[in-house]
Design a protein around this ligand. Structure first.
Ligand code: PRX
Length: 653
């Protein structure tokens, strides 16, 4: 990778301190307290995590070594320790708070279900017995392709209970994308639903599972179907089973398996700059501790909080902050099936009003959409239950931050802007809300125990206010352990971009950032070919491959273009095979083709037909030039490596 010049242009000087009342009741009450905690953790991160693992989680058997980092970058946390994530999320809360709501679920049509800890435990045990009955064993991979219904959380927790490895695939992904992931993970069982509700319509899921399995590439022999929307679905005899039929055949007595701290917990696919999506592997004990501690301190969980993270369980945010983090802490987690939609643009505010949500965690792209829908919607609902707000997924522009602060938070609720990734397992850079004054647009400071930095290619810290690469200098419990089936890709993608310093490996996050004079982090976006559309990562390669798989396309290059709502929009430059000519119809067809190959989130906003793409003499597409063209900017910088200058002229057109 060449070293791009990273320029930081954002200047934002406002700071917002939490109120004295908020700080007084918070877990970490002042900046000095945070600083002392941070410094203590930084001096000995392993001892810091070890002490928390002892007091915060249940272990069937203690570990013999807190961190094994003898074979970097392959970390092992809590070596030989035995635990169970589902036990930590359920069983240990039964005695003290069995009747407390664990999940408050709201369906889009307005139906809702509350599951207490006791009820959720019962359902998880029962479904774990279903999985066992269907032959699922420890270590087996189980695909989960579901809408946001309680069964999705039940399925995840049931896998965790018996040591099966879940691979949740976002329900918005296409059959093709689902197939790729099932094949890569060699899953034998898929859990799905007939469909789900989204924007006043049924999104069918079962047909996509059928199509994913159809050509025989997957190893799936069992499909379990939860009934949600009750539309007609085809059931294949011997392969497909209704969830409720199977559940009726088993009891709900299923002790949690004593699993190794390093047993695989889940595989979650995420886009990279090259090749197919990577299966990010997380393991049991370290992930549990990290999701638990970050959820506890960053969202300042108190006994009566109602916590709503709006993410889908198909993303890491849904794993760590809809299911595992809140439940491990014994908190009440809200799960919402739907989305704001023309028939109810105030749908989210209704959920907050109805369920008296006190902590609300969403994405900047959603906040920008709320701004567009107008202030009347939030203003006409009672949002007085809110006490803390959060954002995740992309840098939040200060205007959106200010709107969130005034219109939703009524200038009363601290905002935690949380930076992290699928790979990190949990939040890494964030305010602790009672302790750290915020600056709109900055994720502020690292969580205790996280040695984050902004560095150059040699791993040296860059001076304040200079751009560099976001990196982490020490392993942490929630870190990914490898890329599923591809240790080499893990090493190369995350640990070899920046040279190890004195034999010490640095984790390379793929983001550019700067730290200001107060040490606050300002994340500037990806430095690789990953586009962030509405807070979701898409690799340019994946979209290009999807385009090229259409017979009309000879070559394709995809770049991101700044977008007011989604952060970035996809722009594709396409050259055609000889017999095809550019037309609006073909453009529509290509967009549809990409949706079919990957899913609606990857639909290009714009497709530009070109005679040729700008390339270097060695044949590399010069994306920098395409990015400038897509954004309507002047192409600046060095173009001397461009093979054919006339290509650029034509593209400028
Ligand atoms: O570029 C960063 C951006 O999202 C990437 C991680 O994407 P993903 O693995 O899909 O996880 C999203 C939810 C954790 C990062 O590399 N990103 C995430 N949060 C922020 C952010 N950029 C700036 N500020 C954030 N708060």
């Amino acid at each position: 990778m060449s070293q791009p010049t990273i320029e930081s242009i954002l200047q934002e000087n406002r700071t917002f301190a939490p109120s004295a009342e908020f700080s007084a009741q918070a877990a970490v009450k002042s900046f000095d307290e945070y600083k002392a905690l941070y410094d203590r953790a930084a001096a000995d991160p392993v001892a810091f995590w070890e002490a928390l693992a002892k007091t915060e989680l249940h272990w069937f058997k203690p570990w013999t070594q807190a961190l094994d980092w003898s074979n970097p970058p392959f970390a092992k946390w809590f070596v030989n320790g035995k635990t169970n994530l589902s036990y930590n999320c359920l069983d240990r809360h039964l005695e003290s708070q069995g009747d407390k709501p664990a999940i408050i679920w709201e369906g889009e049509p307005g139906d809702s279900v509350t599951l207490t800890y006791r009820e959720l435990h019962q359902q998880v045990c029962q479904f774990a017995n279903v999985l066992k009955k269907m032959g699922v064993q420890k270590g087996d991979r189980v695909g989960i392709y579901m809408p946001m219904i309680p069964e999705a959380a039940v399925a995840m927790l049931a896998c965790a209970r018996i040591g099966a490895v879940h691979g949740v695939v976002f329900g918005g992904f296409s059959a093709e994308a689902l197939r790729d992931r099932l094949v890569d993970a060699a899953a034998k069982v898929v859990i799905t639903a007939d469909g789900g509700w989204r924007k006043d319509a049924i999104v069918p899921l079962k047909p996509a599972v059928d199509a994913a399995i159809a050509n025989g590439q997957t190893q799936v022999t069992t499909v379990i179907v939860a009934k949600r929307t009750a539309q007609e679905v085809t059931m294949v005899e011997g392969r497909d089973h209704w969830w409720h039929d199977l559940a009726a055949t088993v009891n709900s007595d299923c002790p949690a398996a004593e699993l190794d701290a390093e047993d695989n917990l889940f595989v979650l696919y995420t886009s990279g700059s090259t090749g197919k999506p990577k299966g990010v592997v997380h393991t049991t004990g370290g992930y549990n501790l990290y999701a638990h501690m970050t959820c506890k301190w960053i969202f300042d969980l108190q006994a009566n909080d109602v916590f709503w993270c709006t993410a889908d369980v198909g993303w890491i945010t849904g794993h760590s902050y809809v299911v595992y983090g809140p439940l491990s802490n014994g908190a009440t987690s809200v799960m919402y099936e739907g989305a704001p939609r023309p028939s109810n643009p105030g749908a989210f505010w209704d959920v907050i009003d109805k369920h008296k949500v006190s902590i609300f965690y969403t994405a900047p792209t959603a906040i920008r959409a709320f701004i567009k829908m107008g202030d009347d919607h939030p203003k006409s609902r009672d949002l007085s239950s809110l006490r803390l707000l959060g954002t995740v997924g992309e840098p939040i522009n200060p205007e959106a931050w200010m709107w969130y602060h005034t219109v939703i938070g009524k200038e009363r609720c601290p905002i935690v802007d949380t930076w992290w990734q699928t790979e990190t397992g949990g939040i890494m850079i964030t305010p602790l809300p009672g302790a750290i004054p915020t600056k709109p647009g900055s994720a502020t400071l690292p969580f205790p125990g996280i040695l984050a930095d902004v560095v150059d290619m040699d791993g040296n810290s860059v001076p304040a206010n200079e751009g560099g690469y976001l990196a982490v200098r020490h392993p942490w419990p929630g870190m990914m352990r490898t890329v599923y089936g591809d240790d080499d890709r893990f090493r190369k993608t995350y640990w070899e971009h920046i040279a190890p310093v004195d034999g010490k490996y640095l984790y390379f996050a793929g983001d550019g950032a700067r730290r200001d004079e107060d040490g606050y982090f300002w994340v500037m976006g990806r430095v690789d070919d990953v586009i962030n559309v509405a807070g979701h990562r898409l690799g340019t390669m994946e979209i290009e491959s999807a385009l090229v798989s259409h017979p009309a396309v000879a070559e394709a290059a995809v770049v991101g273009k700044p977008d007011d709502l989604k952060g970035e929009e996809i722009v594709a430059f396409v050259t055609l095979e000889g017999t095809y000519t550019a037309s609006d119809e073909l453009m529509k067809e290509l967009k549809k083709h990409v949706v079919g190959e990957i899913g609606a989130i990857a639909r290009p906003g714009e497709i530009r037909f070109a005679d040729a793409l700008p390339k270097t003499r060695s044949g590399k597409i010069m994306r920098r030039l395409l990015r400038a063209l897509a954004a309507g900017q002047e192409v600046s910088g060095d173009t001397s490596t461009l093979e054919d200058m006339s290509v650029l002229e034509k593209l400028r057109g």
